[in-house]
Write a protein that binds this ligand. Structure first.
Ligand code: NAD
Length: 470
């Protein structure tokens, strides 16, 4: 038996552990009431404070905050409220004829005490999104926020403390050590969003208690542009998706794999759209953000240095300003395969362009790397789309657009292997925080009782008949 008495968070965990059945037995109406409270807080009470916190942490333009944080959370809540009654209902299933006299159903019951560890890049969306699923499914939750976005984290702590008692939902701030201590506790489910490297630490810790996990990770998400694509439209959508939140998005188009014959046209179109979106001086643009911390600024700057050393071609040379943690939109081609930009997840406003001679080459390139969270295809050829879909693996794919598949609540969101384990959003998020409990009820005398020992010759015959006919 583990002794957790020295763990600084055990008291809080115990409170939730005791309260889990009261929370888990909440009715549909009571759960909706909680979701309504959260909705009102985000949509009305704290909306302006959220905008200011994100401006301070990430230089996030207000419109981006409205769309990618406020609207995203409100959309999640509305969707959960619309379908929760259906999700909570007993899901009746057929019972085989050999079990005559019984009926069966699936009960989605809460997992219990859950841990949510969230990242910094969309701090509100990626904290409250899983929280909405956890509340809908009837769990108690401890949340560990990212230390990288102090203004947003402090505000989320304030919001949660104002809406929930700590034996149902509690927020913890602080450095990595807080996560390390929390991960020692026997949570029933851990929902982690962050990098693949930390995902491995989380999964290892979860294995100690055989806690289930949802790991929403990252990695390099490729974008294929074939020779049939509408190049101007592709460039417009890719420039938007790549430089949104300064490229600090898990489903950001990490790099472009383009048919050699349309490369020059694509780069020219990218330049045009960059100019249209952010003017010729993105640093002064209200629509362009900043890098989250000095550490990440230095990481991205080292990628640029590495590319220069390897004599890559800077098609668009975004300037940098360390004092402002500013890196302008940058497009680079002719990168050697050993370039850092082609190895690590970029998570910043730098777009490498890699060319291919045949689609098979592009597919082989993608399949030589870990399976991506997103794979984008820009094409007008159904045959090419199918060839790519059938010969690669990815968490999700958006065709002739980028990022937007994330926003459809009817689609599961998540990665595969290195880019993630498990799915979230809508019903898939509810499922992640639920145990699908099988319930079978015997109503009358069951025919299986005819097969109980002692195993006479008659029972042998009956067993053979059962195998043959039922
Ligand atoms: P990160 O893995 O560094 O940190 C995520 C969280 O884990 C933070 O709360 C942090 O405090 C905690 N943490 C860090 N090191 C830890 C350790 N050693 N032990 C325990 N906890 C630790 O990730 P990040 O920098 O916050 O976010 C960027 C990464 O997240 C990228 O890889 C990105 O692709 C990914 N991401 C994925 C999604 C998704 O939905 N799939 C969304 C956003 C970001």
């Amino acid at each position: 038996m583990n002794d957790f008495s020295n763990n600084p968070y055990y008291e809080l965990f115990s409170k939730q552990h005791i309260n889990q059945y009261a929370v888990g037995n909440r009715t549909y109406k009571e759960r909706v009431k909680l979701l309504n409270k959260l909705q009102h807080a985000i949509e009305v009470t704290y909306r302006t404070e959220i905008q200011v916190a994100l401006q301070n942490d990430l230089g996030k333009p207000v419109v981006e905050t409205e769309l990618t944080e406020i609207y995203a959370i409100i959309g999640d809540i509305k969707y959960a409220k619309k379908y929760l009654h259906q999700w909570m209902r007993k899901q009746r299933v057929e019972t085989p004829i050999a079990m005559l006299g019984s009926s069966s159903y699936i009960k989605h019951e809460p997992k219990g005490v859950c841990l949510i560890i969230s990242p910094w890049n969309f701090p509100f969306n990626l904290t409250f999104g899983p929280l909405i699923s956890a509340i809908a499914a009837g769990n108690t939750v401890i949340i560990k926020l990212s230390e990288m976005t102090p203004n947003s984290s402090a505000l989320m702590a304030k919001i949660v403390a104002a809406l929930f008692s700590e034996d149902e939902v509690a927020v913890l701030q602080g450095e990595v050590e807080v996560s390390t201590q929390l991960l020692k506790l026997p949570f029933n489910h851990i929902f982690f969003t962050g990098s693949p490297n930390v995902g491995k630490i989380v999964m290892k810790a979860a294995s100690e208690h055989l806690a289930s996990v949802t790991l929403e990770l990252g990695g390099k998400s490729p974008t294929i542009i074939d020779e049939t694509a509408n190049i101007d439209k592709a460039a417009k959508k890719i420039i938007w998706a790549k430089f949104l939140n300064c490229g600090q998005i898990c489903v950001s188009p990490d790099y472009v794999l383009i048919d050699e014959s349309v490369k020059t046209q694509f780069i020219e179109a990218c330049k045009k759209w960059l100019d249209t979106f952010y003017s010729d001086n993105p640093k002064a643009s209200d629509s362009y953000g900043r890098i989250v911390t000095d550490k990440h600024f230095e990481r991205l700057s080292s990628y640029l240095e590495n590319a220069k050393t390897l004599q890559a071609k800077f098609e668009v040379d975004g300037q940098t300003d360390s004092a402002l943690k500013y890196i302008g939109p940058t497009i680079i081609s002719d990168l050697k395969s050993e370039a850092k930009l082609l190895e690590d997840e970029i998570f910043g406003p730098i777009l490498p362009i890699v060319t291919y001679d045949s689609l098979d080459m592009a597919i082989a390139y993608i399949n030589s790397k870990p399976r991506p969270l997103a794979l984008y295809i820009y094409s007008n050829s159904k045959a090419n789309m199918n060839t790519i879909l059938n010969n690669t693996r990815a968490g999700g794919t958006c065709i002739n657009n980028s990022v937007l598949h994330y926003t459809n609540h009817n689609l599961p969101f998540g990665g595969v292997n290195n880019s993630g384990v498990g799915k979230s959003h809508g019903f898939f998020g509810f499922k992640a925080f639920s145990n699908e409990r099988s319930v079978m009820t015997q109503h009358t005398y069951g025919v299986t009782e005819l097969l109980f020992p002692p195993y006479t010759g008659f029972k042998e015959k009956l067993a053979r008949l059962t195998i043959k006919w039922f």
